[in-house]
Design a protein around this ligand. Structure first.
Ligand code: GRF
Length: 184
């Protein structure tokens, strides 16, 4: 299987995935694509000799990204910290073959505006005693595709949005690559 990773930022999850599949015969990371020309994920991809592309929102909405994914014969699309809304044509081109990771226990803290630190701030503000990660398939409705995996971590009163983010990242790194492999 040929996988493409879409990421907008640091790409620590992308790195774990590239590491994991370096020696796998199930899947190959064939492309890292980012809407941010200066995203650190692009540096990480270089280290693993994974080809990269960048694109603008406009280009994505015009179908350029989909064309590229087709040209590269991509079977699965992995969203790892990708912050743009995916055009419907793109989700339709990969039915049950697009995976996203969300840094909370969906259906809590999902939907518009719930990404990155906003999620952890909301969890802190609510005084929740646990949070976690959700790995789900992507469909046309934001954050509502079939959930394939969740894991949780306890929180204490002394946790801050930053410490919550650290705990969540650790969970993501521990599980995301293997959950992807399980889907192949
Ligand atoms: C992760 O927490 C992921 O759940 C979220 O964006 C973050 C990306 O982190 N949607 P990184 O770029 O993989 O370090």
């Amino acid at each position: 299987k040929r996988l493409a990773i879409l990421a907008s930022g640091s790409g620590s999850n992308a790195e774990k995935i590239m590491e994991h599949f370096q020696s796998s015969d199930k899947a190959k990371i064939a492309l890292v694509a980012s809407n941010k020309a200066d995203a650190f994920v692009l540096e990480r991809a270089k280290k693993f000799e994974v080809p990269t592309i960048t694109f603008t929102r406009k280009e994505m909405d015009a179908g350029d990204l989909l064309e590229k994914l087709k040209a590269e014969k991509i079977d699965w699309v992995i969203l790892a910290g990708f912050l743009l809304k995916i055009p419907v044509e793109l989700t339709r081109a990969f039915p049950d073959k697009m995976v996203n990771i969300h840094p909370a226990l969906l259906p809590k803290y999902g939907g518009k505006g719930m990404y990155g630190s906003f999620v952890h701030e909301a969890v802190k503000a609510a005084g929740d005693t646990e949070t976690g990660i959700t790995i789900h398939l992507v469909n046309e409705n934001y954050d509502e595709g079939r959930i394939v995996f969740q894991a949780s971590v306890p929180l204490s009163e002394s946790d801050t949005p930053d410490s919550i983010a650290e705990k969540v990242h650790a969970l993501e790194h521990a599980h995301f690559p293997e959950v992807i492999e399980g889907l192949m």
